[in-house]
Structures are given as C-alpha cells and as structure tokens.
Ligand binder design. Structure first.
Ligand code: 4AD
Ligand code: MG
Length: 463
C-alpha cells in the first residue's frame, strides 16, 4: 500500500476541481434517491468529509460494505458543495473497502452514547467526535508544552520511571518487584529480604520526576521533565488517576515569585496555542460539553492570575457565606470544595495560593522565616481545583535534614539529594502541572477518565 493520499484536513484546504484520494472511517451513511452520502473522518480534523456517491458509479457489492465503522479509500473529484454544512465534498469515482464493519454489532453508533459507555469501548471511542477532539487537543497541548520550554532554553531531561526514593514522601507508590509473591525471601526477623529483589532494594514507580530534575537544574540551570507518573492513592474521583502525565520545570537561581510568574506565562502560552490550533475542536467543546469554556479560556489569557497566601485564603474561606463539608481552620489542607470556592466564587479565575503550613506540604519545600509556613504554591483553576503544585526548594542542608527527620522519612534514600545542598547549592524552584487536569480545564470535560487515552484508576486498568 502506498502512502499517497491526502489527509482530510489537507483536502479542506485544497483547490476544488482537483482529483483527490482520501482514506478514513465511515461516520455515517445516508441513502437518498439515486445518491448516497458518506461522512468520512480520518482523525486529522474535527470536520467530516462528505463523499457523494451517485447511483451506478460504485458496484453495489462494494457500496453495500460502506457502512458506519468501515475503513475505506475514496478516489474522486473535489467540488464545491451545493448544500449548506460543508464547503466542499468529494464526488466518488471509485471506492476500496479496507475493512468492513457489521452495522448490527459495531458499538459506536450515531446516537449519543454516555461517557460511561464510551469508556467501556476505549478502543473505539477515539473515532467519535468527542474523543477525536479530546486527543487532538491533547496532542497540541503536548507540543505547545515542549515549544514553551524549548523556546526559553530549558533542557528536556528524561527522569526515571522506576525509582527508589519517594519524592512526595507520601508513601502512595506502586511497588516494582520480580520477587515471587507466593514465596518471598525472608530476613532473619521475618521482613522481606529485598537484597534478593531485582534492584537489591525496594523499588517503585515514580510519583514525580522532581528530585532528579533538581539534579539537572543544578547543572543545566533551567530544565523540565514531561513524563508519566504514578500514584497508588485510593482516590476514586473525577480528577484523580493512578497513572498521569506531569510536566515539571525546575529552575536554578529562581525563587517562588519567579516560579509563580513562569507558571502563569506557561499556562497562558499553552492555552493560546490550543485556541489557535484547535479552533474547531474547542468550538465543539463549547457547543456540546461546556458552553463557558471558550469565554473562560479567552478571559484567562488576557487577565492576571490572582495571588493570595494560604493564610489569606483561610480568612476568605472562614468569611464565606456558605458552609463546607470540611470545616476550615488555619493548618488544614484545602479540600477541592475550598479550592473551587476561591476560584469560582471569590476570584472567578485562576488563583495562586502560596506559603502553606509546613505540616501539610512535602519535605523539600523551603522553610519561611516564620518557621510555620513553607514556600509552596498551588495554582487553582475554576471547575478543577489544583492544576499545579510547586515550590521554592529548601537549599540549606541543615534545614533540609531537619525537615526529612520531622516528616519521619529515612535519610539514606535522600543522601544524593542532600549532596546537592552540600556541593554548590543555590536557591531554586519548580512546579508540576498535571497534563490531564489541564486537559479538563481546556476542554470542559468533566471526568479525567475522558481526557486520557486508557485511564488507570482504582479497580480499573483495561486495555
Ligand atoms: O502537587 P503534586 O503532588 O506535586 C508534585 O508532584 C511536585 N513534585 C511537583 C513539582 O514541584 N515538580 O502534583 C502536581 C500536579 C497536581 O497539581 C495535579 O495537577 C497533578 O500533578 N496530579 C494529579 N493528576 C491526576 N491524578 C492524580 N492522582 C494527581 N496527583 C497530582
Ligand atoms: Mg499538590
């Protein structure tokens, strides 16, 4: 099979009157007197290409197989479409059916399916309008993320997926082992003898590439990672995945104010790229998924983010004219309902909350002079809550050691991390953006499972 043939996106930009060859999957087929209309899509753009088959041009047995779900090649003439709805259409001269699809059993019918049902057919849902749009946006978002950092001279570093240190110190890690679970090697005192395991010690899937990104920032100044991360937390919510992609820039010679400024520029840049390159897809989300999404995105790119400290945020929450399921007092972790109240009701745009109590944040965040708060920041977005978590890092060896101890973490796995403070330490900062949370924000999709090709959540790892 040659690769000659144009994408449907290219065809929409081609001159009418030319011969074209195109391929794709049949969305729908409609027969009317003496003519058949076929809507064809190859994933290259939101719009379907209309193929018009006049009676007698295509052998009946071939046309019989041109049904919803079938994969076909069409050769024909590109003409101006007389009907409203599409600028051009193809007058078919020949059709080849690569693969037919039994219309009685093909699960993806034209009728509107529920998101829950579409999740069960995640192997076919990419062909639907909604998921075509979702995954084109995800692609453009990923490209824009690299462009943003590459244009600013950040070095892309591939941090490991298998790790022996817990970045967040939260213990929510998936173990990686080759030990026989039915016949575990034991230490004299009964514990598992990990010296017999593949890596000679306990190993896990990473929860974050940050610690290793810090190593590279202290050599290359500005770096970022962009890769899969894993959390074994039993959170069955519309915004948690067990496997998600995270973008983590890390900058030497940078404090929390610089970190905050970068996060804002970064979010605005990637939103603009999506608005620019995925106009049809975003228009669809705005029409069919959430009719505030376009306005929200345009507004966000033009207005400054809010900034409040945690202490100010708590004051605002205490003053709120509504009650919360989780009551608020200084020192508590902000729950999703609190985050949403701040962004949706108080500020109506993204808010950056900084300087959280040290007890509720990770060991590596820089201690403030008050001894109670750390230089943490969370970027909160309407509808989603937290989309970014970041901080200035503790660059002072003695303070870092104290923090590791205070959080009850072992020192040994972090010895190399402490070396960075021993040799040529410097103020530095970074953050992590959850790609899927960002996807929810730009598309208006309500469940993180529906912006992820093959979602992994508690009790579910299909496909
Ligand atoms: O706030 P988190 O846990 O921060 C870190 O991991 C830092 N090491 C990042 C850094 O400073 N380099 O996670 C960062 C972001 C969250 O704001 C959220 O967007 C996303 O990762 N995230 C999740 N997304 C989907 N499912 C989950 N279970 C997530 N946990 C975090
Ligand atoms: Mg966080």
């Amino acid at each position: 099979m040659s690769t000659a043939g144009q994408s449907i996106r290219d065809i929409f930009n081609a001159e009418t009157g030319t011969d074209i060859t195109t391929r794709g999957w049949v969305k729908t087929r409609r027969d009317s007197k003496g003519v058949t209309f076929v809507q064809l899509n190859d994933g290259s753009c939101f719009r379907d290409l209309q193929v018009v088959v006049d009676a007698g041009t295509i052998p009946d047995d071939v046309l019989a197989s041109v049904t919803t779900g079938a994969c076909i090649m069409v050769h024909g003439l590109l003409v101006d479409s007389p009907a409203a709805g599409q600028p051009v259409e193809v007058k078919a001269q020949s059709i080849t059916v690569y693969g037919d699809a039994d219309p009685l059993t093909y699960p993806l019918q034209k009728k509107g399916h529920t998101m829950e049902f579409l999740r069960e057919i995640a192997h076919l849902r990419p062909r639907s309008n909604t998921f075509g749009a979702v995954f084109r946006v995800r692609n453009v978002l990923s490209h824009a993320i690299h462009t943003f950092f590459q244009d600013r001279g950040f070095l892309y570093v591939h941090t490991p997926i298998i790790t022996t240190s817990d970045c967040e110190g939260a213990g929510a890690m998936f173990g990686v082992t080759t030990l026989d679970l039915m016949n575990l090697p034991r230490e004299p005192r009964g514990g598992i003898d990990y010296t017999k395991d593949f890596f000679g010690k306990p190993a896990y899937l990473t929860v974050s590439g940050q610690l290793e990104a810090e190593v590279f920032a202290l050599a290359f100044s500005n770096v970022y990672t962009f890769g899969p991360t894993f959390r074994a937390e039993n959170s069955n919510t519309p915004r948690h995945l067990a496997e998600f992609w995270m973008i983590e820039p890390e900058m030497a010679f940078c404090d929390l104010d610089g970190d905050r400024a970068l996060a804002e520029d970064f979010l605005k840049f990637i939103i603009n790229s999506v608005l620019d390159k995925c106009a049809d897809d975003i228009e669809f989300f705005n029409k069919r998924i959430d009719n505030t999404v376009l306005e929200t995105l345009e507004h966000v790119t033009k207005s400054a983010f809010e900034h409040v400290t945690y202490t100010e945020a708590v004051r605002l929450l205490e003053k709120a004219d509504r009650s919360f399921e989780f009551p608020v007092t200084w020192g508590c972790d902000l729950q999703s309902e609190h985050e949403r109240y701040l962004t949706e009701d108080v500020f109506k745009k993204p808010v950056i909350v900084t300087d959280y109590p040290k007890e509720i944040k990770a060991f590596y965040m820089r201690m403030n002079d008050d001894g109670r708060t750390v230089r943490a920041m969370d970027v909160l977005a309407p509808r989603i809550g937290e989309i970014i978590g970041g901080s200035q890092r503790e660059e002072r060896l003695d303070v870092l050691k104290e923090r590791i101890k205070a959080q009850g973490l072992p020192e040994e796995p972090y010895s190399w991390y402490m070396d960075l403070r021993r040799y040529g330490t410097v103020p530095h900062a970074g953050f992590g953006l959850g790609l899927e949370r960002m996807m929810m924000y730009v598309t208006g999709m309500k469940n993180i499972r529906d912006v992820t090709p093959f979602p992994r959540t508690p009790g579910s790892a299909e496909f």
